[in-house]
Design a protein around this ligand. Structure first.
Ligand code: SAM
Length: 321
């Protein structure tokens, strides 16, 4: 079963979420070790993975002036097990041929959660630039935030998800879908009369992906160790993270990734619901955790007041620490 709470209780409980968080004293953040340990692994975008996109059902999201973003519809994962009536079980069942989902913990990355759309809208409104920036899409799932950064000129984008299945069957194909489209656009856009460039081959897309993106699965503590071993100087200018603070057990490792991998003048953009029913985490508890640590300043950027209250906040290093 997915570990990350109920996403569908919007209407009747919308005004109770912060109170609910405040009343859950037994769910105080602790330094307890994250129970869902999973060794971090880097995934290469192999030709095998990329060729999946050729026969798959794709969708497009267009927000404001942002470039359109393409992604595999989650029904792709459902279609192979039509006899099951429990949607979540279908997701788990159908990707288990070569996967970690049935035996291990699934953290919810196979669907796009609504705070991702909030953050995309926020980026559209505020015009964040990505040119030459190093970006981490932490808990990326489908990877739309990282893909946007990539399309907008980021020099490097790292995609991290807990589940290797999500990275291999969803994130990498999605990044590829969008790179492939860029190469077709380039061809069509030529003004010198030369014929449109041919659709980029899988092989050349593979090289271009490897130049600008890297893909990782595993838990956050293990991800941090892996990155510090790979490149002790690595820092990100921007860390995106959407719908990742539902479990208070993970707050120490999440905070540690921010602390150790964010550039001194970098920004974490965090999109979240007020409260995650059934799991207990949410903005109120995370904010308290961050304030206790006294490393970051947390600033409210946008509140969305439809259904379950949702928020976008930023974290930046305190100057006086
Ligand atoms: N960001 C995506 C979105 O908004 O659609 C996916 C959100 S999903 C609810 C939560 C994501 O957080 C999962 O995809 C998982 O990869 C990541 N995650 C949660 N807990 C984690 C942990 N302890 N270590 C590593 N990743 C974790």
């Amino acid at each position: 079963k997915a570990n990350c709470g109920d996403d569908s209780r919007a209407d009747n409980e919308k005004d109770e979420n912060v109170d609910a968080a405040k009343n859950q004293s037994k769910l105080e953040p602790s330094e307890s070790v994250c129970k869902a340990l999973k060794e971090a692994v880097e995934h290469q975008p192999t030709l095998d993975i990329l060729s999946q996109t050729e026969s798959s059902v794709t969708e497009t999201v267009s927000i404001g002036t942002l470039p359109s973003l393409h992604y595999l519809n989650e029904s792709v994962f459902e279609q192979t097990a039509p006899e099951r009536d429990d949607g979540e079980h279908i997701l788990l069942q159908t990707v288990t041929q070569n996967t970690d989902l049935i035996t291990g913990v699934y953290e919810g990355g196979l669907k796009i959660w609504e705070c991702t759309y909030d953050l995309l809208e926020y980026i559209d409104d505020e015009g964040e630039t990505f040119s030459r920036k190093r970006v981490l899409d932490l808990g990326c799932g489908a990877g739309l935030l990282g893909i946007l950064a990539l399309k907008r000129g980021a020099s490097k984008v790292h995609f991290q998800d807990y589940n290797s299945t999500v990275i291999e069957q969803l994130t990498i194909p999605n990044v590829f879908l969008n790179c492939e489209e860029d190469s077709e656009d380039e061809g069509e856009g030529k003004k010198d009369g030369s014929p449109p460039a041919k659709k980029r081959t899988l092989d050349s897309s593979h090289h271009s992906l490897s130049d600008h993106c890297s893909f990782f699965s595993g838990d956050w503590t293990s991800y941090l160790s892996l990155m510090q071993r790979k490149d002790p100087m690595l820092k990100y200018d921007i860390i995106f993270t959407s719908e990742t603070i539902y479990n208070t057990d993970y707050y120490p490792s999440l905070h540690n990734v921010f602390h150790k991998l964010l550039e001194e003048d970098g920004v974490v953009y965090l999109a979240t619901k007020s409260h995650y029913f059934g799991v207990g985490g949410g903005l109120y508890l995370f904010q308290r955790f961050v304030e206790d640590k006294d490393v970051f300043q947390i600033k409210s950027l946008k509140d969305i007041d439809q259904g379950l209250k949702r928020h976008i906040v930023s974290l930046t290093f305190k100057k006086s620490r």
